[in-house]
Structures are given as C-alpha cells and as structure tokens.
Design a protein around this ligand. Structure first.
Ligand SMILES: Cc1cc2nc3c(=O)[nH]c(=O)nc-3n(C[C@H](O)[C@H](O)[C@H](O)COP(=O)(O)OP(=O)(O)OC[C@H]3O[C@@H](n4cnc5c(N)ncnc54)[C@H](O)[C@@H]3O)c2cc1C
Length: 383
C-alpha cells in the first residue's frame, strides 16, 4: 500500500511541521513544568485551521479526512503532546461524531463554531468507577417532556474545563447495559453542569483533565445524538477514530525520542569518538526507526480505511496498541542513550517518557486493544 500524499496533505504536513518546530517544541517544556493549558498554541492552531481539519468547507472547515488529520497530528504531537491531545480530542472525539451522527440542525449549530476554534470540544464517557467497561456507566438520564435530565459524574475528561461543547454518555437504565446508553450534545452553559477537580498527572501535564458533575442537568431533546439507546454505538464508532489520533500522538512522541537521541549522540563524545559512531547506538536507533515506520504504516492504513468508509475497528486498535508500545520503548531507549542526563527534569526525553505512558492508557488501555484485536482475529471461531 503506497502513501503518496496529495499536494494539500503535503501542505498541511509542512505547516504543522513548521509550527511544531518554531512554536510547539520551544515552549513544550515550560507548559509541562507549569502544568499550564497551552492556550496560545491552541489559538494559533485555530488561526491556521487545525481545529477544523476534518470539518467540511461548507461549515468553514478544511474539508480534509482522516489521513490528513493523522499526518497533521503526528507533527503537532512531535512538538507538544499536550497540545496534540487537545487538538485530537476536539477533532476526533467531537467534530467526527457530529459529522457522522449529527442531524442537519446539530451540524449547523456546532460545526462552524468548532471549525473556527471559537468553541472547543470534549468527550465524556469515563466515570470514577467505569473506564474500560464503558457499557456499565452509571450517569443516568431520564426524559420528561421535551427535555432529558442527566445526573452523575465523569472522570478524566480531556479539555473538560476549557471546552464549550461535550458529547456526554448516560444510561436510561443501567440494567440494559450497552442498549440503555444515550449520547447527548451538551453545552457548558446548560443548567446543572459543573466542572469538578483538576487531575495532576504523570504525563501530558499541560493538557486539561478534569471531572465533570451533572446535577439534574437539563438537555433539550433535540440535543440527543443518534437515537435513544444508540449511544454506545456512537461511543465505539467515535473511539475508532480517536484511537487513530492517539496512535499519531504516540508516533510523534517516538519520533521526538529519535530526534533527541540523534542530537545528543552527535554532541556527546565517549571513549574518544562521538556516541553516534558506536555500533550499539546504531542498533538502538535502527530499532526505533523501524518501529516508528511500522507504527506509521499501521496508522495510515487505519486512517485510509476510515476515509474509504470501510470497517477499521481492529486496524485502529492495532495502530494504537503498536504505536503506544513503540513510543514507550523509544522513550526508554532515549532515556538510556542520554545516560544520567536522561533523568534530568529539564530534559526533553524525561517529558517524552512520561507523555508516552499515557498513550497506553487512554481511549482504551493496551489490554482493551488486545481484546478488540483478539475478537477480530477469532471472529470465525467465536460465531
Ligand atoms: C490523561 C487522561 C485523559 C483521559 N481523557 C479522557 C477523556 O477525554 N474522556 C473520557 O471519557 N475518558 C478519558 N480518560 C479515561 C481513560 O479512557 C480511562 O482511564 C481508561 O479507559 C481506563 O479506564 P480506568 O481508568 O477506569 O481503568 P480500569 O477500567 O479500571 O482498568 C484498570 C486495569 O484493568 C485492566 N482491565 C480492565 N478490563 C480488563 C479486561 N477485560 N481484561 C484485561 N484487563 C482489563 C485495564 O487495562 C487496566 O490495566 C482519560 C484518562 C487519562 C489518564
């Protein structure tokens, strides 16, 4: 399978690459150290059109698809993974399901604001007691007249305190499992909505991660996304796209590990010669380069299938699983190559090591990706 980029995709990649080198990379350490939401990065990326990459031009977006998004996200994540996840969630977990499941009215209300970056998006399914077993969520909804009332708590919500619009999942009746779940488009101004505690995290420290609290939150019935009881399908379809986004994040982090290792090895002399001339170093770099390329191929393949509107659930899980584990191996190697300096808080690789770990957790842990892949690989036996 060949990936010859179109002229537009090349332009998008070049713009993202230049922005990552000039703006994101130099500021990433500072934002991480201060655990500060990178507002300026997001505003500048909005001006460059990256908040509306996949939104059709009729709504003010760039009109690109999943392959283009993947290419752009890799570059952004190479510069700053906290900025990368903010953009990934907005595009993959909010704009994407609105495009796929939204009514014409819902698309008209939300997509132009999301495309311009006037509004930021978030996706809320995880709860304090339910992450991997998403069908068991407890946040409850009930319909009365032309409104739904939603009560419960969501945990670990990326962009949670900065977003203006959210996709929130709640159950009509927990006993119904996946069949009882509804998806709602929630605006932060809805009565009964509030933001809870902010998480202090191991990695992607500059991204915004909070709890959300709903107390009899009033949601107009027209803000139901897809049919009543069809929310779990919305959640899983959306995560297929989101996992491609996290795979690109992992590739960006792994590429940054490789770049930093090469830079360090050119400057560092050991036993009378630069580190990069030692064969052991070369082998380490070879493994990193190989795994990055393999992760990129898996990820672009999943994105291409998505663009072709073909099934891509297992492919997205493979991409996410492989890329996130490759990023963690690359980060461990990068720390090792840096020797003692790798443990220094001000070192870029120290941040990359912490950021890489998160890619194995969110949008489905590695164990959950393996379950998805196994279900796909065994489908002829399981029928
Ligand atoms: C930084 C960050 C940002 C996040 N952003 C969002 C967000 O924007 N929106 C959102 O909804 N959620 C978000 N999450 C939540 C994230 O998706 C969950 O943390 C993740 O899905 C795991 O769920 P859990 O934490 O409840 O762990 P659990 O589900 O309790 O899992 C604990 C352990 O058990 C393992 N496990 C669980 N089930 C099985 C099984 N059947 N077989 C084998 N092993 C299993 C898991 O792999 C894990 O190792 C975020 C999390 C983090 C850390």
């Amino acid at each position: 399978m060949l990936f010859d980029l179109t002229k537009e995709q090349q332009q998008l990649r070049d713009t993202a690459r230049e922005f990552a080198d000039k703006i994101l990379k130099p500021n990433a350490q500072g934002y991480d150290e201060r655990e500060e939401y990178p507002r300026e990065n997001i505003e500048k990326l909005a001006d460059l059109g990256f908040l509306g990459i996949i939104i059709p031009e009729e709504f003010g977006g760039g009109g690109h698809r999943a392959v283009a998004l993947a290419i752009a996200l890799e570059e952004i994540n190479r510069g700053c993974a906290s900025t990368g996840v903010t953009i990934s969630v907005h595009n993959s977990l909010l704009a994407n399901p609105l495009l796929y499941f939204g009514t014409p009215e819902q698309r008209q209300r939300y997509l132009p604001r999301l495309a311009s970056g006037e509004w930021l998006g978030a996706y809320a399914i995880s709860e304090p007691n339910h992450g991997s077993d998403a069908a068991a969520i407890e946040t409850a909804c009930r319909k009365k007249g032309d409104r739904y009332y939603v009560t419960g708590r969501k945990a670990w919500i990326t962009n949670g305190s900065k977003a203006h619009v959210y996709i929130v999942f709640a159950t009509l009746d927990a006993a119904l499992g996946a069949k009882g779940i509804c998806a709602f488009i929630v605006e932060r101004t809805f009565s009964g909505f509030s933001v809870g505690k902010k998480e202090k995290k191991l990695g992607i420290r500059a991204s915004d991660t909070v709890e959300l609290i709903f107390e009899e939150m009033e949601v107009p019935a027209e803000n139901l996304l897809s049919a009543s009881g069809e929310g779990f399908k919305v959640a899983m379809h959306t995560l297929d796209g989101g996992r491609i986004g996290i795979a690109t994040q992992a590739i960006g982090i792994a590429q940054a590990c490789l770049d930093e290792s090469k830079k360090f090895a050119a400057e560092r002399k050991r036993f009378g010669k630069p580190l990069y001339k030692s064969q052991a170093f070369g082998h380490r770099i070879a493994d990193m380069a190989l795994e990055i390329e393999a992760a990129r191929m898996l990820t672009l393949r999943a994105a291409l299938l998505k663009d072709q509107e073909k099934p891509h659930t297992a492919e997205a899980s493979m991409a996410k699983l492989y890329a996130s584990e490759a990023a963690n191996r690359a980060a461990r190697e990068a720390i090792a190559i840096h020797g003692g300096a790798g443990a220094r808080r001000s070192q870029v690789v120290e941040r990359l090591f912490r950021d890489a770990k998160i890619t194995e957790i969110y949008e489905g842990t590695s164990e959950i990706q393996r379950l998805v892949i196994a279900r796909h690989a065994l489908q002829d036996r399981l029928q």
